[in-house]
Ligand binder design. Structure first.
Ligand code: SAH
Length: 324
């Protein structure tokens, strides 16, 4: 609120509505004589024209009523499955940002929800990483009651993430009539590839090394087939504290078809504060180097590396394939 001569009136209004203690005062912002503080403590006779009052909305104050269920107003609810990108605000699409702002309820794994700015009036439902089906049904139940729900994943929500769990539940009663939309996001493989150059520039396959939801033999078979077909590989979920041997096994399988010095991009926490990108040889791939925040890009027989004038190493896979 703009102040100046209106200061005493604004102060009275804040006092009457019980919000004076929350109101902030800003004077000559960014100028050398800038003054900020609690509005209640400002001397009314000292208030110049260059001043404003800022009153934040209540956030999570006990006793604040929740937004009423939209079903009461007849507006249908909806589930929007949103990907946040691999890390940071730059890789969140404007479309996803808009849906996150418009949502009444946010549902997702705690670590991902923590990446979404808190908005007054929005309800947040953080959960553990393992209960995807329950989380999906929970979101659909909210939407059935008329709520506008965003289900949050990292990266792209359709790549080893929540979109499938939501669609699986939504394909059955009682959720078949609940509107569901999936918004695209940037996936970790693309962010990591861009950091290293263009290793995914030619045909590639995407495989999750996690054997929590599929048997290892299926994974091994896919790795063999992709390696035999000379596809570049993007390997998600290469390992974690409890899954430590998969990378070693994958390396052995791939070495049956690929040269030991095949370039491998080891991308960790891409876009995040601990980002690291290393280019190594397939034969040197060490399971100790991977964790839950790591993605591996394994080159094909055509993938090349080069050192540029500034000393950086780049990797790319040419689009032209040599004729048989
Ligand atoms: N839906 C996500 C993938 C979820 S599976 C996406 O599209 O990116 C989780 C795996 O993604 C991690 O084990 C890791 O392999 C990869 N990953 C996600 N974010 C990453 C990041 N910032 N840097 C490197 N790998 C990442």
């Amino acid at each position: 609120m703009k102040l100046g001569r209106t200061f005493p009136t604004v102060r009275r209004a804040l006092e009457r509505s019980g919000r004076l203690a929350d109101a902030r005062y800003v004077e000559r912002a960014t100028m050398s004589a800038e003054r900020t503080g609690s509005l209640g403590e400002v001397d009314p006779s000292s208030v110049p024209y260059f001043s404003v009052a800022v009153l934040p909305s209540r956030i999570d104050t006990p006793g604040t009523p929740d937004a009423p269920d939209a079903s009461a107003s007849g507006r249908p609810g909806e589930v929007v499955v949103v990907g946040l990108g691999p890390a940071g605000p730059l890789w969140l699409t404007p479309e996803a940002r808009g849906e996150l702002a418009a949502a009444e309820d946010l549902v997702g794994y705690t670590t991902y929800l923590d990446r979404v700015p808190v908005r007054p009036g929005q309800r947040r439902h953080p959960s553990d990483n393992k209960v995807e089906a329950e989380r999906a049904e929970f979101a659909l139940d909210l939407a059935r009651r008329g709520r506008r729900v965003a289900v949050v994943s990292s990266g792209d929500p359709g790549v080893f993430a929540m979109a499938t769990a939501v669609l699986e539940a939504a394909s059955e009663e009682p959720y078949r009539d609940v509107p569901v939309r999936v918004l695209p996001g940037m996936t970790a493989a693309h962010a990591a590839a861009a950091r290293a150059g263009a290793p995914l520039g030619h045909d590639y396959a995407v495989v999750s090394l996690s054997d929590r939801l599929k048997p290892w033999e299926v994974i091994a078979e896919r790795l063999r087939a992709a390696a035999a077909a000379d596809l570049v590989l993007a390997l998600y979920n290469p390992g974690s504290r409890s899954r430590v041997w998969q990378v070693g096994k994958a390396r052995e399988l791939l070495l049956e078809h690929r040269a030991p010095d095949t370039p491998v991009v080891l991308g960790r926490d891409i876009g995040g504060p601990e980002e690291s990108v290393r280019i190594i040889r397939l034969a040197d791939l060490d399971p100790a180097d991977v964790d839950m925040r790591t993605i591996l890009l394994i080159g094909s027989s055509q993938t090349r590396t080069a050192r540029r004038g500034d000393g950086t190493e780049i990797v790319w896979t040419p689009r032209r394939y040599p004729e048989g």
